[in-house]
Structures are given as structure tokens and as C-alpha cells.
Write a protein that binds this ligand. Structure first.
Ligand SMILES: Cc1cc2nc3c(=O)[nH]c(=O)nc-3n(C[C@H](O)[C@H](O)[C@H](O)COP(=O)(O)O)c2cc1C
Length: 465
């Protein structure tokens, strides 16, 4: 059976010692925990990914240390769990300089980074990459991040999304309406470089933000960067349906991912958007070997190096559950979902979204080793079969490929798996031309498409002034 839809692939990365591969810094081939601070490492990685025709590198980010588990920072710091973590924005121009097509999605929080500076940062990146940049909009979940930015406690989960919604209003005004097209006139006779009449203050006065403007950066090729979002709570999905062009959905089974995907597309239509203008991604974790045995050996080796403490620390910060708190008597009780002020998706993945109802003991044991249910292990064609199955069963448009031991696992994936996906017609052999938005979508414009709420701010339709 031929399957024509082609998958989009991002490398799921972080400019940190470790990301999601807990404890694997101990592996002999792990380079990243030393090299993450070396610009050459990122430039080499960019070239490798472009060789594999990857669409983008997706940089996760956090603004604090995970300290919910055991009410301590120690388990995270011990294993370099997303710590230390550099600012991902700075490696992007260097990676862009050695590539032509690879794009870059950068995570920035609407809770802690004010919109005016954030808008300038993305316009700058979009200029320097020639339109190859995306913003992963997050509302953040770590209590330590709140304390780093002057709050005693985290702002409540749902209120963070309300703030994010107004935040988007501010950045759309800056990106889409503050500068009219053709404002840079270079009129040497009149001695005018920029036409004042085409530059507009935005005079935003809202509940959370006051911004006068104008935007300090002239419009870049995409004006608004491609908008990613990665929240799966009801508020998170409503936000995604309104604003996101790419949504990163977390779910432990293809069926659950399909459920979230369909819900987001349906809500997007209710906002008057074309569901085709939204691409959905989920995680992909792969261990590939030349033979099944080689892959299984790798899996066993990785599993042996796994850090259960770091995995529990990550689960704790992202979900709000401190699994060290459960007493022995509670371990056989069912592991129930509770909405916390942290995030939805990690908690849901071991509770209401799990394939079967788990006891507390079973749920904890999933953190104590590599979770075989969520990892594809095999020889190249076995891996390709499973990726194809997940692609078709979940209804997603693409994947964020998680790294385990980097860059070795990415290199193996590109050498062994990509050619099979290409042969099956599931993956592109050549890049499309243009900006990231033009590469991803059929609407063919580098700008936000009509129907998207940001597009209504565009030129001429002046707001508040
Ligand atoms: C797959 C996935 C990846 C995420 N990556 C990040 C990240 O890198 N940094 C971050 O602060 N939040 C990240 N988040 C968290 C969300 O963006 C969101 O802010 C948080 O989960 C709360 O939203 P929710 O309750 O709607 O899931 C991620 C969420 C998902 C589902």
C-alpha cells in the first residue's frame, strides 16, 4: 500500500548537558554533556541534520531546576537533568550559517520573558536565518523558575494561559502591524532612510502588559515566526487551536495522540482556521542497530546506565507529583490523575492516558528504566515499520526525534533509517524552497495565513492608533 503523506522530522534537542536521556552521559559515546557549550558541536550537528533532510531542530528550554521530587534539587543536579542549560538562541545563527534549509524552533516562556524583548529576539533570529525560525510557546511549569523571576509561587496554571493569550496580542501587533511594508525607503535626495508614516506605535494597554512600541526591528521574511505550542491540558489545547501552527502533543499511545490531534483540529475550525494550517507532532524515541540483536544490546546497555532518580525528578517538575512521597502501603493503589499547577501531559501519560490503568508501583517502575512501550528498538526495517505504524495510527504530521546518546544515535538514524523512509515515500528526498512556513504548509506564503488570528493585524488595519 502506498502512503503519500510525508512526515516532518525535527531533532528534539536542548542546549544543556542532558535532556531526556537520564543518566546516559555515562555512555562512552556521549559527547553532548561536554560539548553542549561548544559552538562547533552545534554547527557540526546542523550539518549532520541537513544531510538527513531534517526539517528543524527543536530546542526545549527550562528556566529553573527540577526540585519537586524529594523536594530537592540534588537528583537533578547530580545527573545534569536539563542543567546546566545555556540559552539556545545563541547557537541558532551559527547553525544557520552552515546550512541552507534546516530550521530552528526555540522554546521561550510567556510567563517569564516580557513580550517586547521576546518579539525583537525572534525578528532578529528570523532575519539572521532568512526565515527559518519558529517559536515554541510555553507557559512553563517549574516552581524554581517562578522563584528565579521574583514570584513566591508559580502563577496558577490556567492564568498562565490567560497571560499567554494577551502576550500573543502584543507580539502580533509588534510583528504584523507596527511596520508597514516598504517602510525602509533609502531616499537619498530627501535624506530619509525610514518613512515615519509607515512606522506605528502599538499603544497596547491590557491587563498584564503595557507596550508603546514601535517594534525595534524591521519586519523579517516571516514577520511572525512559525508558532509552535506544546501543552495538552484543556486550556493548553484551546490555546493551541487558536494560535499554534505546529503543535507538539504528548501521549503514550497513538490512540491518545489521535484523540488530542482531532480535538485541536476541531477547535481550530471553530476559531475559523483551516485545519490544514496546523501540523501536529509527537515524540519518537528510537534505538536502531544494523541487526535486531545489535539494537537489543544497545537497549540493554542504555537501560543499565539509566538514572531512575533523574527520570523521577523530571516527572516531578513537569507533573507536580513527588513520587518519593508515596508510602509502602499506598503502592498497590491505582495511580490517579490529579490536575496540578505544573503541566498536564506528564501526569496524564502515566494516569488517564496510559494503555491500561497502572498501580502506583507500576507507574513508578516505568520511570526506573527506559520505557520499552514508548521506544522503538530494532534493525532498520523493523524501526521503519514501527515509525510508519505510529505515523498512520496517530494521525500526526511529524515527529520530534528524541536523542538518547548524541550525536551517535542521530548519525545512526540518518544512515540506517532515513533511506528506508525515503524509499517508502514517507520522507522527502529534497527540501522545498523558501522559509520554514513555506516549507511546512501548502498555503504557500511566508506570512501567517488568513484565518489565523495574528494575520488580522497585518498592514493597513491599524490597531489602537
Ligand atoms: C511534548 C511537550 C514538550 C514540552 N517541552 C517544554 C519545554 O521545553 N519547556 C517548557 O517550559 N515546557 C515544555 N512543555 C510544557 C508545555 O509547553 C506547557 O507549558 C506545560 O505543559 C503546561 O501546559 P499543559 O498543562 O497544557 O500541558 C512541553 C510540553 C509537551 C507536551
Amino acid at each position: 500500500m502506498s502512503y503519500k503523506k510525508q512526515m516532518i522530522l525535527n531533532a528534539f534537542e536542548m542546549t544543556s548537558a542532558m535532556h531526556n536521556s537520564h543518566g546516559l552521559w555515562k555512555h562512552k559515546d556521549s559527547k553532548r554533556h561536554r560539548a553542549y557549550k561548544d559552538i562547533n558541536y552545534w554547527m557540526e550537528l546542523a550539518k549532520t541534520l541537513e544531510k538527513g533532510k531534517f526539517d528543524a531542530v527543536f530546542f526545549a528550554d527550562v528556566l529553573g531546576v527540577y526540585d519537586t521530587y524529594k523536594e530537592s534539587k540534588e537528583p537533578s543536579i547530580n545527573d545534569g537533568l536539563q542543567f546546566p542549560v545555556n540559552d539556545g538562541a545563541f547557537v541558532i545563527p551559527a547553525m544557520a550559517a552552515v546550512t541552507e534549509h534546516l530550521s530552528f524552533a526555540l522554546t521561550v516562556s510567556t510567563t517569564y520573558e516580557p513580550p517586547f524583548g521576546q518579539a525583537r529576539r525572534f525578528s532578529t533570529l528570523d532575519h539572521l536565518t532568512k526565515g527559518r525560525v519558529a517559536w515554541n510557546i510555553v507557559t512553563s511549569y517549574l516552581p524554581n523558575a517562578a522563584r528565579n523571576f521574583g514570584f513566591k509561587d508559580m502563577i496558577k496554571h490556567d492564568k498562565r494561559y490567560e497571560i499567554a493569550d494577551e502576550y500573543m496580542d502584543v507580539v502580533y501587533k509588534l510583528w504584523e502591524s507596527s511596520w508597514e511594508d516598504g517602510a525602509v525607503i533609502e531616499d537619498t535626495e530627501q535624506g530619509v532612510l525610514i518613512d515615519r508614516k509607515k512606522i506605528h506605535e502599538i499603544h497596547h494597554k491590557g491587563e498584564y502588559f503595557d507596550v508603546e512600541g514601535p517594534h525595534l526591528t524591521e519586519p523579517s521574511q516571516q514577520r511572525t515566526p512559525v508558532l509552535y505550542q506544546a501543552g495538552t491540558s484543556p486550556k493548553g489545547r484551546a490555546f493551541a487551536a487558536k494560535h499554534a501552527e505546529c503543535v507538539f502533543v504528548g501521549g503514550p499511545t497513538p490512540e491518545r495522540v489521535r484523540h488530542y490531534t482531532e480535538d485541536i483540529r476541531k477547535q481550530a475550525e471553530e476559531y475559523g482556521r483551516n485545519p490544514e494550517d496546523i501540523k501536529i507532532f509527537t515524540f519518537l524515541t528510537v534505538i536502531v542497530g544494523k541487526t535486531t540483536e545489535e539494537a537489543e544490546e544497545k537497549f540493554a546497555e542504555y537501560n543499565q546506565l539509566w538514572s531512575a532518580d533523574a527520570a523521577k525528578a523530571q516527572f516531578g517538575g513537569a507533573s507536580g507529583y513527588n513520587v518519593a512521597e508515596f508510602t509502602k502501603d499506598e503502592l498497590d493503589n491505582p495511580f490517579e490523575f490529579k490536575a496540578t499547577e505544573h503541566g498536564h501531559y506528564k501526569a496524564a501519560s502515566l494516569t488517564k492516558d496510559a494503555k491500561k490503568k497502572l498501580s502506583i508501583k507500576e507507574a513508578i517502575s516505568k520511570l526506573e528504566g527506559l520505557d520499552r512501550d514508548n521506544i522503538i528498538v530494532g534493525n532498520p526495517s523493523e524501526v521503519a515499520d514501527q515509525i510508519q505504524y505510529q505515523f498512520e495510527a496517530s494521525g500526526v504530521d511529524g515527529f520530534n526525534l528524541n536523542h538518547l546518546v548524541t550525536p551517535a544515535d542521530l548519525e545512526d538514524f540518518i544512515e540506517l533509517v532515513i533511506p528506508i523512509l525515503q524509499e517508502r515515500g514517507l520522507y522527502k528526498k529534497e527540501y522545498k524552497k523558501g522559509t520554514l512556513r513555506e516549507k511546512l504548509f501548502t498555503h504557500g506564503s511566508p506570512l501567517l495565513p488568513s484565518g489565523h488570528p495574528g494575520s488580522k493585524y497585518r498592514k493597513g488595519e491599524k490597531i489602537n492608533n
